[in-house]
Design a protein around this ligand. Structure first.
Ligand SMILES: *Cc1c(COP(=O)(O)O)cnc(C)c1O
Length: 460
């Protein structure tokens, strides 16, 4: 077999930002007009440029602009957009075969990915893994598995949650627009509890976790704790605004789940796979879930998702009850093996923690009660800035949008999130070089300073 470096013919893309045209450039604009004629307008777009190639933390568009990628295709290309180890594994698999369907005939890549997840997810017990294609599909299957294991109907989810766009996962997702409006009716037996978020907690700021847990207990009692198959929670919420739960909340939920025989499911689709500086974000809390859901960064951009957990729960569905034509596609499994090699080859978890330090050092000076920056939060390379009215904390989505637009115009790709759309989030590839990250943060901090000045000027 040829080595990874031999399989590379194209030179690597320079890891610097470069604007040759305004964004979007003329070629992108022409292609975008074509898109309008052929693609459902139901798809939104953060930055309407068409991509020619991408590598590391740089996206080169069809007009020759090099854009700094602080989005990673929504937390997917953590090992870079054209990682040689991923490319090598996928190319080798491409030569062997592209598909068999794992329910028809078997292949080793599928088993290797399952084994790696069993060995690397939290928990020192016998585990099994099931592979699928998308995150939403894995969340649905986690609920199916938990129901099969418990014989119970209800699913507990949380405020600000995002779990996907299929019918069940829409029901589990909190935010109505744009995810749910017009798409109902939704499946029943989804019960929503408050999430222990300190920033706007209406009660005692010292007892956020305790008070939120008391409300969870009240909800469990109201519906009957033995009606709950699963509780599903993001250890750090993604689309909801990069909300880190108050300390002890996840541990308290773990305790409640154990007491009532409820399957604890960690949706690690956005926060997992090294993003936060631990392989799985829930490790920061020392909590061991029964099931862990992986997707996004699992296969470096090829569609692959997984449910991993206790063998006795994972083996509860009847034979033939789980599956899918493309579930654990061989090319996607090969890509995941390349991703695992990338984590072995360099200290990407350490990189994620270093990125947090750099981001905090650049952005935290902008926070404070008199500032429009209400909070800088997150873990590792999953960091966000929330914009709100000074003193009142009224969300300021127009400021987040203005800051993001300012960054986009300068070729720094950032995304907005949050229930109120007032959060700018940073999801750089873990392989981003220091100079490039500094460049992006300089653009972002200047945009924040300008937005702050404009806002305070208008409200003086
Ligand atoms: C993206 C995401 C999903 C849905 O994954 P898809 O692959 O888009 O279906 C579910 N949960 C979380 C936390 C996510 O970030």
């Amino acid at each position: 077999m040829s080595s990874a470096s031999e399989t590379l013919t194209a030179p690597r893309l320079p890891q610097t930002r470069l604007l040759r045209t305004e964004l979007p450039g003329p070629v992108s604009q022409r292609l975008h007009a074509e898109r309008r004629r052929h693609v459902s307008s139901g798809f939104g777009i953060a930055l309407p440029v068409f991509v020619e190639r991408a590598d590391g933390a740089v996206i080169e568009d069809v007009d020759g602009n090099r854009i700094l990628d602080l989005a990673s295709g929504i937390a997917v290309t953590s090992v870079g957009a054209a990682n040689p180890l991923v490319q090598h594994e996928v190319a080798a698999q491409l030569e062997r075969f592209t598909h068999t369907c794992f329910m028809v005939t078997e292949y080793d890549g599928f088993v290797k990915v399952c084994r790696w997840l069993n060995e690397n997810t939290p928990g020192d017990f016998d585990k099994r893994t099931a592979l699928f294609s998308t995150g939403a599909e894995a969340v649905e299957n986690a609920v199916k598995i938990a129901r099969a294991a418990t014989g119970r109907p209800n699913v507990l989810v949380f405020d600000e949650a995002y779990h996907g766009r299929s019918l069940l996962t829409m029901a589990m997702t909190a935010k109505p627009a744009p995810y749910k409006n017009g798409f109902g009716p939704f499946p029943e037996h989804v019960v929503r509890a408050p999430n222990a978020v300190a920033l706007r907690w209406p009660g005692d700021p010292e007892r956020v976790a305790e008070e939120a847990l008391a409300e969870v207990e009240r909800l469990l009692a109201e519906h009957g704790p033995d009606t709950f198959a699963a509780l599903v929670i993001e250890p750090i919420q993604g689309e909801g605004g990069f909300l880190v739960p108050a300390p002890r909340f996840l541990a308290g939920l773990r305790e409640l789940a154990t007491r009532h025989g409820i399957v604890f499911v960690a949706d690690e689709i956005q926060a997992g796979m090294g993003r936060t500086g631990r392989m799985f974000a829930i490790e920061h809390e020392g909590v061991v879930p029964d099931l862990v859901i992986s997707a996004k960064a699992l296969a470096g951009g090829l569609p692959l998702s997984a449910v991993t957990g206790r063998a006795e729960i994972m083996d509860a569905p009847a034979v033939g009850g789980l599956g899918g034509t493309y579930a654990g596609n061989p090319l996607a499994c090969a890509a995941a093996l390349g991703v695992f090699q990338a984590f072995e080859a360099s200290d990407l978890l350490g990189r994620a923690l270093a990125i947090e330090q750099t981001v905090r050092a650049a952005l935290e000076p902008h926070t404070g009660p008199a500032s429009v920056v209400a909070e800088v939060r997150g873990r590792g390379a999953m960091m966000a800035v929330e914009f709100a009215q000074p003193w009142t904390l009224e969300p300021l989505p127009q400021l987040a949008q203005a800051v993001a637009a300012d960054c986009l115009a300068q070729g720094v790709l950032v995304l907005v999130c949050g229930t109120h759309g007032n959060v700018v989030r940073l999801l750089p590839p873990l392989v981003i070089e220091d100079a490039l990250l500094d460049d992006g943060l300089a653009v972002l901090t200047a945009a924040i300073a300008e937005a702050q000045q404009r806002f305070l000027g208008a409200h003086a």
